[in-house]
Design a protein around this ligand. Structure first.
Ligand SMILES: C=C(OP(=O)(O)O)C(=O)O
Ligand SMILES: [Mg+2]
Length: 573
């Protein structure tokens, strides 16, 4: 029966396909005493064999669709399955304790995991704990006769349905087959949503109940522009959705004519529309959409895509590729922003009550300056190949910025002393994403070359509303005059010191926000590459003088987010 759900529109586009449930099955079991150990060991072996053939298949598919490097993790899993130390210990446990294979598998896996996790001085071995956990789950599923979802095996068009998607789940989705995704939880600025936009996969998040409302294989239509999801749509609904998809494609074709155009307003003022990227792979989208710079390269994805801390050379190659491809356009690389919802398996962080208020980003970099220095050296070496800007994430105080800058200058001096070629026009800036820093923007402006306003975090911290929590998403209010006043103060403070101000939070590509930002004089707008042409087309129609009046009104007269939403929507209609 047809069912209608509403979620948060997280990535533009419309799709119709059958549901693929990326949901973990129930793998609970009870320990029991067994009589026939040989039969139990036989059952274990058949589960190990099934797991092995499944992993082989997944490995080959992953190598084909995602690349050799991404596939290697599955080799590691197969090695564990073939390790007699692991399988022998499970067999012995079955025999010695006369327990079922599930319980023996669990006891042995737990021991291995605890041993690896205790190796705090060896991040590589610590990471093996995650591999054992994965292998444990796979073998257990086979023992229990339950099917595990294997997204790497998707080979027909589907819409992925999940409770939540981690950034690494999202990275594994193959755009060729995954036509959209829908989740129970999450918000528009959660990193999985941001990645969906750079992959150009339509997405609706935070529906609260999609995993309960849909079954594997049922048809779905997903509208990433409105947040509407229809389960088992009628023939009329499918036809309407196809029409909308065609209209959207036509609209995109119209925007595409602006690909090589400069971004100019109706009154002839030029602004920079830049793109946000996570990896060099995103460059295709940047070029295809005619972005004028890269305003945010989220370098942490380099760390997340790697099995261990990326070396200076690995990082150098990635930065060089991006700088060379974009040259002479500027590339602003943000130093590692780990923590919050972004984790590194090989860099275990302490359990925290509030990870978004915890040990993350520049706080880690200043504490672990070995990691930070490696990154800065790679960036400095790459600076010879294009126009580089560097910014630090989550700066809260001027001394933090000064400390980061001092380390940068030390590494620069060392490289120059070693005769390494380094650019001397590297701009050093900071993310403006903590309210305390935004309030003191006038003081920060004396120390930086530029600001890049990170509204994703700035809004969450100003409104005290978790950016990924659908229960408080109504408080996620980019147009709230409180946010606009902070943004304006940051822009004015930069200009008073002759510096530039950009924005790389998702608000920079929001059609309601853009007119207000133009009115406040924001210089650079950095967004998902897929929004670039839409915003360029919008700016062509707006005059900065009119937008200044509109922004003044939004800041001084409006009281709520909705007041401003209406104000701009009526003006731009
Ligand atoms: C751009 C930002 O950084 P991230 O989304 O990676 O936290 C932001 O906070 O607005
Ligand atoms: Mg941020």
């Amino acid at each position: 029966m047809t069912k209608q759900l509403k979620g948060i529109a997280a990535s533009d586009g419309i799709a119709t396909a059958k549901a693929y449930m990326l949901v973990q099955p129930d793998l609970s079991f009870k320990q029991s005493t067994i009589e026939n150990a040989d039969a139990e060991i036989q059952r274990l072996h058949s589960a190990l064999e099934q797991s092995n053939s499944e992993l082989k298949l997944i490995r080959d598919k992953a190598a084909e669709s995602l690349g050799e490097e991404e596939a290697q993790v599955f080799d590691a899993h197969m090695m564990i399955l073939a390790d007699p130390e692991f399988t022998g210990a499970i067999e012995n446990k079955i025999k010695d304790d006369a327990i079922n294979a599930e319980a023996a598998l669990k006891t042995v896996s737990d021991t291995f995991i605890a041993t690896f996790e205790a190796m705090v001085d060896n991040p590589y071995m610590q990471e093996r704990a995650a591999d054992i956990r994965d292998v444990y789950t796979r073998v257990l599923a086979h023992l229990l006769g339950r099917a595990l979802p294997n997204p790497a095996l998707i080979d027909s068009e589907v819409i992925v349905v999940a409770h939540d998607l981690t950034p690494s789940d999202t990275a594994q989705l193959n755009k060729r087959y995954v036509k959209a995704f829908v989740t129970d939880i999450g918000g528009r600025t959660a990193h999985s949503a941001i990645m969906a936009r750079s992959l150009e996969i339509p997405a609706v998040v935070g529906t609260q109940s999609i995993t309960a409302d849909v079954k594997e294989g049922q048809m779905l239509t997903v509208d990433g522009l409105t947040g509407d999801v229809t389960v088992e749509p009628t023939a009329d609904q499918v036809a309407a959705s196809k029409q909308e998809a065609a209209d959207y494609a036509a609209q995109k074709a119209e925007w595409a004519t602006l690909k090589t155009a400069k971004t100019v307003t109706a009154d002839g003022k030029h602004f920079t529309i830049a793109a946000n990227i996570g990896t060099p792979k995103d460059l295709d989208g940047v070029l295809a959409n005619g972005a004028e710079a890269i305003g945010l390269y989220r370098s942490e994805f380099l760390y997340m895509d790697s099995a261990e801390l990326p070396t200076e050379d690995d990082q150098f190659e990635a930065y060089k590729q991006v700088l060379e491809t974009m040259s002479p356009k500027q590339v602003v690389v943000r130093t590692m922003d780990i923590g919050g919802d972004k984790h590194l398996p090989y860099l275990p962080l302490p359990e925290e009550q509030n990870p978004f208020l915890g040990y993350r980003a520049i706080r880690i970099s200043l504490d672990r300056d070995d990691i930070f220095r490696t990154q800065l050296r790679a960036l400095l070496r790459a600076s010879a190949f294009g126009k580089l800007g560097i910014m630090f994430p989550m700066i809260a105080t001027v001394p933090e910025f000064e400390a980061a800058k001092a380390i940068f200058l030390e590494e620069k001096a060392k490289l120059i002393a070693d005769g390494v070629k380094v650019a001397d026009d590297i701009e050093l800036g900071m993310m403006m994403e903590i309210p305390a820093a935004a309030v003191l923007a006038d003081q920060f402006a004396k120390h930086v070359d530029f600001f890049s306003i990170g509204t994703n975090d700035l809004i969450q911290y100003t409104m005290a509303a978790d950016r990924g929590n659908e229960h408080v998403s109504y408080l996620y209010q980019p147009y709230n005059p409180s946010i606009l006043r902070l943004v304006k103060h940051v822009i004015d403070s930069a200009h008073a010191e002759g510096k530039w101000a950009g924005m790389c939070g998702e608000a920079a590509g929001d059609p309601i926000m853009v007119p207000l930002l133009l009115g406040m004089g924001l210089d650079e707008y950095s967004m998902s590459a897929t929004s670039v042409l839409k915003v360029r087309s919008l700016m062509k129609k707006l005059s900065t003088a009119d937008m200044k009046a509109l922004a003044d009104k939004a800041i001084t007269e409006s009281v709520t987010n909705e007041d401003n939403q209406k104000l701009v929507a009526e003006y731009t209609k």
